[in-house]
Design a protein around this ligand. Structure first.
Ligand SMILES: *[C@@H]1O[C@H](CO)[C@@H](O)[C@H](O)[C@H]1NC(C)=O
Ligand SMILES: *[C@@H]1O[C@H](CO)[C@@H](O)[C@H](O)[C@H]1NC(C)=O
Ligand SMILES: *[C@@H]1O[C@H](CO)[C@@H](O)[C@H](O)[C@H]1NC(C)=O
Ligand SMILES: *[C@@H]1O[C@H](CO)[C@@H](O)[C@H](O)[C@H]1NC(C)=O
Ligand SMILES: *[C@@H]1O[C@H](CO)[C@@H](O)[C@H](O)[C@H]1NC(C)=O
Length: 336
């Protein structure tokens, strides 16, 4: 008796769930006709490459590979093209998907040309990822017109020119990755100054960026900061601070010159790489208090004094300290 009633209530629940989800099932098979038109134009712009074989006019575009729809509205909210070698440029038709929130062009070595102004039509776009491609030209100033942007990943391309100051207008931008390009010029002081959120990352490594870290960057909090392999100069101490959220800071291979003596490391830091700079002073004792520290490299700087002992410091060999002015103590020879 008890068994049957449980079974029938399961059936009722099952039927209820089926009915409740019916509109979603219908709408995922459905496809907004304007979205479909834009997607077919994208396919045509890539010469109907085999990658788009599932994009056929007789099926709902929400079922096509690389396309995501909002289950309620059936509008296209995500387009992720990756890992293929079809040639072409970013089609203007991408701008005709007005509900797009995520747009990804990743690992497409034959994607060339520049980033088209048509993207500014995407008023709901939050995540723009154009990475590991051969896209060239500037990081366009017009990206500031996509006011909904929260994360921008333009890493591993052939972008050149400087980082446009207009990106500072983006009030919801919380992270950027423009590493591994050919960028030049300074960091715009206005960058992130209007954004209230703390971001996961600031990654600008492997470019030719110059100038100093704007003092206003002192109030930003990223989990990961990678400015390595540029030509930055001056004081980077504003990026540190005991209560900052940073877990990883990589400033290696620049020309930073500042006194490390009174720098306070973020308490959750697990990796700090400062190698190949012109950093002077001594290594603060507070480094021994960092419970998560797994990587520490200050080689090729101008540091002096005794290497602090304790905490995780025993993990680091002499190669983490080589080529400084007068560092001493374990793992280097004893201080005199
Ligand atoms: C796609 O199908 C619609 C009707 O379902 C039709 O009007 C349109 O011409 C077709 N487009 C192509 C490119 O075949
Ligand atoms: C850019 O194109 C070259 C060949 O033309 C290729 O070797 C390289 O991997 C491409 N870059 C990326 C990031 O895909
Ligand atoms: C910025 O984010 C907030 C909170 O998520 C949201 O309400 C607002 O609409 C966003 N602004 C823009 C321009 O998208
Ligand atoms: C930086 O500039 C040097 C000298 O002009 C050049 O050789 C190098 O390729 C540049 N690096 C990048 C990542 O653009
Ligand atoms: C620290 O940096 C130096 C210089 O680049 C390098 O030779 C050494 O291998 C690095 N040590 C570690 C543990 O990465």
């Amino acid at each position: 008796m008890a068994c049957r009633s449980t079974l029938s209530s399961f059936l009722t629940l099952f039927l209820f769930l089926l009915l409740a989800s019916a509109p979603y099932l219908v709408s995922s098979a459905r496809c907004n006709k304007d979205d479909k038109k834009a997607l077919l134009a994208i396919k045509a712009a890539f010469n109907n490459a085999y990658h788009f074989a599932s994009w056929t006019n007789d099926t709902g575009c929400c079922d096509w590979y690389d396309v995501d729809c909002d289950p309620k509205t059936g509008r296209v909210t995500g387009l992720s093209l990756f890992q293929d070698d079809f040639p072409g440029t970013i089609p203007d038709a991408v701008g005709d998907l007005p509900y797009l929130e995520n747009l990804v062009f990743h690992h497409l070595p034959n994607l060339v040309g520049s980033i088209p102004p048509a993207l500014t039509k995407l008023k709901n776009l939050k995540y723009l990822d154009i990475s590991w491609t051969n896209v060239s030209g500037p990081v366009p100033a017009f990206l500031s017109e996509i006011t909904s942007l929260t994360q921008l990943d333009l890493s591993f391309n052939r972008l050149s020119g400087s980082i446009p100051a207009s990106l500072g207008d983006l009030a919801n931008l919380s992270s950027i990755d423009i590493s591994r390009n050919h960028l030049t010029g300074p960091l715009p002081p206005a960058l992130f100054q209007r954004s209230s959120q703390q971001g996961p990352y600031l990654r600008l490594s492997h470019n030719n960026l110059t100038g100093e870290i704007p003092p206003a960057f002192g109030k930003l909090g990223f989990d990961q900061i990678d400015l390595s392999r540029n030509q930055f100069t001056g004081d980077a101490s504003v990026l540190f601070g005991r209560s900052k959220p940073a877990q990883q800071i990589d400033l290696s291979r620049n020309q930073f010159a500042f006194d490390l003596t009174n720098v306070e490391f973020p308490e959750g830091l697990d990796s700090v790489d400062l190698n190949h700079n012109r950093i002077y002073g001594s290594i603060p004792n507070q480094i021994t208090k960092l419970a998560n520290l797994q990587f520490f490299n200050v080689s090729y700087n101008r540091l002096c004094g005794e290497i602090p002992v304790g905490g995780n410091m025993g993990r680091f060999d002499e190669y983490c300290y080589l080529h400084n002015k007068c560092l001493c103590g374990t793992p280097l020879p004893p201080c005199k």
